[in-house]
Write a protein that binds this ligand. Structure first.
Ligand code: N01
Length: 555
């Protein structure tokens, strides 16, 4: 029997999977709710809508997710745009042109809007709407989804494309309301921009975001004070206008390149090293590192030797090279030394990319304040107070990152079977099966969820892969006439063991970062990113499905 014809007539035959939305007693019914219209959410709408009715709920008043919210000055991707783009439509690949190698936020947002229009996705997307609460009704295997506009949607599946870097981390210092100036978080930047001219600006945070924003703000502001807790390693981004030959080369070779990306970290065209750092003389090491530094390929430095990420001694060689670069660029030796990371390995936190970040410290209107030794304690009427001084400011920018990976999901009141909430279940750290499902929360799938490769792989391409994988699971459910899929607690434990064990082989374990939740005071849990590589991740997912849905319970 055609599976669409056989679509479920399950426990409550009034609520069957329907290929089409309906409304009864002001409750809407649909097959799938997708949360988030970022790049993965947009593709989920496109992919799943082919066979099912879909409602996508998006908090922003536009599409693009990360590239909608993060419109701070300098926001730019650190993976080549020809790669960091959708693969699902061959015509789209050919018709779209990126003006630069590493696109800036406006171009990425423009691309997201183009895709939404081109594939007519908007009709199924509800903008400016937040999912506030979700409860699973185990008697009918349906999710009740409540949204900020007072709507109640009943659906069979939820696909959460909520993003792993979407819930802002706003440090909880007292006195925020007393500050007479303006406080901005980089991920909630006003569309109309900010005029920094003549202003005394303070920026807290020197991660990827802060490092991109600061040089641009410094050019405009009267004075920029950077409050740094931990210095980051950063290398020149190598951004430049796109050249026609490079674009044509990609367009002619997309199928093979996309394949190559999936057998890698979602990126191709990186020269993979074959030899250990220890196989080279210091002079040879230096020559290789110089080449990496000027490679114009964001992370080539980390690929100088095959053991940079696994051997502390090899890593130290690269880290010292990067510190020498900082000392060579920054003229004031005290500032240069403060900017040199010494407490964790290079690559232990995600390597940053910049356009003139270190050079910026040679400007007269920029100063660096070390808030590791004298932490920020409060906002004041005039600015910020640290343990040993007060700084007068007109604008304070918090480039303080995210309650990453779990934050967006844990902030929604999600109640699974037996009334347990997801926030409670994850109170001591996230648990998932293959990063897609959480035991006790049936029919709920996550894209780029906790314990997937996340930002350790290229998010658009691997996001498409994950959406397709979820689509396959749903198709199998429908073809099999099933109503519920859940993960087992044992499978969650096995996956947690796998995630922890692969992380022990890498130097990530020596760094506190959003990868392990240690960027936020009191956040519990271990390593939240799968660093065993995307190919192995995909292989393990495939194996679970092939082994009759090992680790899943289907009924
Ligand atoms: O966030 P972060 P981000 N007092 O967590 C500091 C992606 N991304 O938004 O290191 C003082 O890295 C914090 O200090 P510390 C990319 O995956 C990509 O910059 O915790 N300081 C740190 O300096 C990236 O990894 C791109 O000691 C405080 C900063 O705030 C991820 O997003 C661009 C503090 C936060 O750095 C996150 O980057 C931008 C406190 N209480 C982002 N709390 C590209 O594609 C926090 N900090 C290029």
């Amino acid at each position: 029997m055609d599976f669409r014809a056989a679509k479920l007539l399950i426990k409550a035959d009034c609520i069957k999977i329907i290929k089409g939305n309906s409304v009864t007693n002001s409750i809407e019914h649909t097959d799938i709710v997708v949360i988030g219209a970022g790049f993965s959410g947009l593709y989920a709408v496109h992919r799943l809508r082919k066979d099912y009715a879909v409602i996508c709920v998006e908090a922003g008043d536009g599409v693009g997710g990360t590239w909608y919210w993060n419109r701070y000055p300098g926001a730019r991707v650190d993976i080549e745009s020809v790669e960091y783009s959708y693969s699902f439509d061959k015509t789209l690949e050919q018709e779209w042109s990126w003006p630069e190698y590493f696109s800036a936020q406006p171009d990425l947002e423009r691309y997201a809007n183009h895709v939404a229009d081109r594939f007519d996705l908007r009709k199924d997307i509800r903008l400016s709407t937040i999912v506030t609460r979700m409860t699973f009704d185990a008697t009918i295997d349906r999710w009740n989804v409540h949204t900020s506009d007072g709507k109640h949607i009943i659906c069979k599946y939820v696909v959460a494309a909520t993003g792993s870097l979407s819930a802002a981390n706003t440090p909880p210092w007292p006195g925020r309301e007393t500050f007479k100036g303006q406080i901005l978080h980089t991920t909630e930047w006003p569309r109309e921009g900010i005029d920094f001219s003549g202003k005394r600006v303070g920026q807290i945070g020197t991660g990827s975001t802060g490092i991109q924003a600061a040089p641009i703000i410094a050019r405009e502001a009267a004075h920029l004070t950077i409050f740094q807790r931990t210095p980051a390693f950063s290398m020149p981004s190598g951004n430049r206008p796109m050249d026609a030959e490079h674009e044509q080369d990609w367009k002619a070779n997309y199928p093979a390149r996309r394949q190559e990306m999936l057998s890698n970290y979602g990126v191709s065209l990186m020269t993979r090293p074959e030899r250990s750092a220890h196989e080279y003389t210091p002079e040879e090491q230096r020559a290789i590192l110089e080449k990496g530094w000027t490679s114009k390929s964001a992370f080539q430095l980390m690929l100088a030797f095959n053991d940079v990420m696994t051997d502390k001694a090899a890593n130290d060689i690269v880290a010292e090279f990067a510190r020498e670069k900082i000392r060579g660029i920054v003229k004031d030796p005290v500032t240069a030394e403060l900017l040199c990371p010494k407490t964790y390995p290079i690559g232990g936190k995600r390597l940053c990319n910049d356009a003139g970040y270190y050079e910026m410290y040679n400007r007269d209107n920029v100063s660096l304040v070390d808030v590791a030794t004298a932490p920020i304690v409060a906002f004041t009427e005039k600015g910020l107070r640290t343990a040993d001084a007060e700084y007068e400011l007109d604008i304070i920018i918090t480039a303080t990152g995210f309650d990453a990976v779990t934050g967006a999901m844990a902030r929604i009141a999600i109640e699974g079977v037996n009334g347990q909430t997801l926030a409670d279940k994850w109170a001591n750290g996230p648990t998932t099966h293959l990063g897609f499902m959480v035991a006790g929360f049936p029919n709920l799938f996550m894209v780029h969820g906790p314990m997937t490769p996340g930002a350790q792989a290229q998010m658009i391409t691997t996001g498409e892969w994950q959406v397709d994988f979820i689509g396959r699971i749903i198709d199998d459910m429908e073809q099999g006439g099933l109503s519920r899929i859940d993960a087992t607690v044992e499978a969650e434990q096995r996956w947690a063991d796998e995630v922890q064990s692969v992380s022990q082989f890498t130097i990530h374990r020596f760094a506190d970062s959003w990868y392990n939740g240690k960027n936020i005071d009191g956040k519990k849990g271990g390593f939240m990113i799968y660093v065993g590589g995307f190919p192995r991740f995909a292989e393990l997912c495939e194996e679970a499905i092939q082994a009759n849905y090992e680790g899943f319970l289907r009924s």
